[in-house]
Design a protein around this ligand. Structure first.
Ligand code: NDP
Length: 458
């Protein structure tokens, strides 16, 4: 994919960025999602390098693209039948200029180094946008928790942490959850860390249970934050969420709490999905039932449709984007909303699309939506609420305090408004009014680049 600047930029600057991107393709072959994430950022940086040639001389872009450290390790574990399995563990400590590496762990069979690098690269800029002093990192494993017993998941997590504990810590690298890593897995991971290190170090992992160092609102934060970001985008256009029809994809942590906040603000959410298909519920999603099916019973969205009755129907293998809506909030996984889906959304009159998941919208789809005047919230800004509350969890752990729900939610709301405004104003400053992709990438990059410059050749 050639590098086309999103903004006017001198050809010599673009040539430098082209060369950098070619280097990424050459040195990291086969990492398609990582290439995509780098490409999206580089397309925005032309005018920044033109305005600040010192950044190019200092090879800041090349340095930001290269992870500080990549760790890969063997994770052997035994299933309930006594059979031995060998998975692969990853942790990419991407950039620590702004604080300890911070980012989730993903357990999913598709996880490989390229996926972890794409997520870690995005995380650098996302964390910078929160303004909270956290660096970027990400990790995970190709382990698939689906269909595994609690005992199997525990044995896997214990084996995973037995190695990972050498590399993480409150002042070094602070993991959290992501796809396939929720409250259960965080519990097993934290327990093993404490057991191996003999330290009560609450700030080494976020997303913990409320009884043992967790923060109020962490479970809700990513979904709530994305809805808050969407509300800010709408506010700039003189609208709000009340009465809007919303399609949400996914049915995990992010999707569930996106639905909760959207419903609190008066919107009508009519879809959820998983890798088997989607449910459309004409009466609006029954959140209590969804939580029971997904969080308690660990079931599928088809089970939700079976239990819900006449208003809900399950469409095997389909995509929620075919259901007409005012707003779409992709909350499942990368590249789930492609150009064809974007064209359908536009045809159906969508006004806003905001990414709860990381990079769910393909580059072509982003262009189609933005060209049609749809407000588009990129994940590194819109889903930063999760990591923001993780940073608040670390603050509480450092002071051995526990803040009430209302206080954390207020702080989350203020952070999401600030991220929105930073992206909006940065885009305006670079002549790209209303382009949150440009705003997020430039504002995130500038913060990290300035910290790196100040710290010398690192
Ligand atoms: P969960 O594991 O709780 O839920 C993931 C959901 O997405 C499930 O419904 C799952 O369905 C679906 N899904 C996952 N992979 C695929 C796939 N390949 N095809 C179709 N559906 C899929 O994860 P989260 O809700 O935590 O994460 C969702 C997204 O949000 C991810 O992109 C994650 O990186 C991002 N994110 C999460 C944050 C957090 O705080 N949790 C923070 C910021 C971003 P199934 O069960 O069938 O696999």
């Amino acid at each position: 994919m050639p590098l086309a600047s999103r903004l006017p930029a001198p050809p010599e600057t673009m040539a430098v960025l082209e060369e950098t991107y070619s280097g990424v393709l050459r040195r990291d072959p086969g990492e398609a999602e990582f290439h995509q994430a780098v490409h999206e950022v580089l397309e925005c940086l032309g005018p920044v390098l033109a305005a600040r040639p010192g950044l190019a001389t200092a090879k800041l872009v090349e340095r930001v693209i290269e992870p500080e450290r990549q760790i890969m390790f063997r994770v052997p574990w035994e299933d309930d039948n006594g059979e031995i399995h060998v998975n692969r563990g990853f942790r990419v400590e991407y950039n620590g200029a702004l604080g300890p590496y911070k980012g989730g762990l993903r357990f999913h069979p598709t996880v490989n180094l390229g996926i972890v690098k794409f997520l870690g690269f995005e995380q650098i800029f996302k964390n910078a946008l929160t303004g909270l002093g956290i660096g970027g990192g990400k990790g995970g494993s190709d382990f698939d928790p689906h269909g595994r017993s609690d005992a199997e998941v525990m044995r896997f997590c214990q084996s995973f942490m037995t190695e990972l504990q050498r590399h993480v810590g409150e002042h070094t690298d602070v993991p959290a959850g992501d796809i396939g890593v929720g409250a259960r897995e965080i519990g097993y991971l934290f327990g093993q860390y404490r057991r191996v290190t003999n330290r009560w170090e609450a700030g080494m992992l976020t997303g913990k249970g409320m009884l043992w160092g967790g923060s109020a609102v962490r479970t809700e934060a990513t979904g709530y934050g994305n809805v808050m970001f969407t509300a800010e985008m709408l506010r700039r256009r003189g609208e709000d969420l009340d009465g809007q029809q919303i399609v949400v994809s996914g049915s995990g942590n992010v999707a569930i709490y996106t639905i909760e906040k959207a419903q609190q603000l008066g919107a009508n959410v009519i879809t959820v999905s998983d890798s088997g298909g989607y449910v459309v519920d004409e009466k609006g999603i029954d959140l209590d039932l969804l939580k029971q099916v997904k969080e308690v019973d660990r079931g599928r969205v088809s089970d939700y449709a079976d239990l819900r009755g006449a208003s809900a129907r399950f469409v095997a293998g389909g995509r929620v984007w075919d259901v007409p809506a005012d707003i779409a909030l992709p909350s499942a996984t990368q590249n789930e909303l492609d150009a064809e889906a974007a064209a359908v959304l536009v045809r159906n009159g969508v006004k806003a699309v905001s990414e709860g998941a990381n990079m769910p919208t393909t580059p072509d789809a982003v262009h189609i939506l933005q060209d049609a005047g749809v407000a588009f919230g990129p994940g590194k800004a819109a889903n930063a609420g999760g990591v923001a509350v993780s940073a608040l969890e670390m603050q509480q752990n450092a002071s051995r305090a526990s803040w009430p729900f209302s206080q954390v939610e207020e702080e989350l709301s203020a952070i999401m408004t600030s991220i929105h405004d930073t992206c909006y104003e940065t885009a305006e400053r670079y002549g790209a009014s209303g382009d949150y992709v440009v705003g997020a990438n430039i504002a995130g990059f500038e913060r990290v680049a300035d910290a790196m410059l100040a710290q010398g050749l690192i």
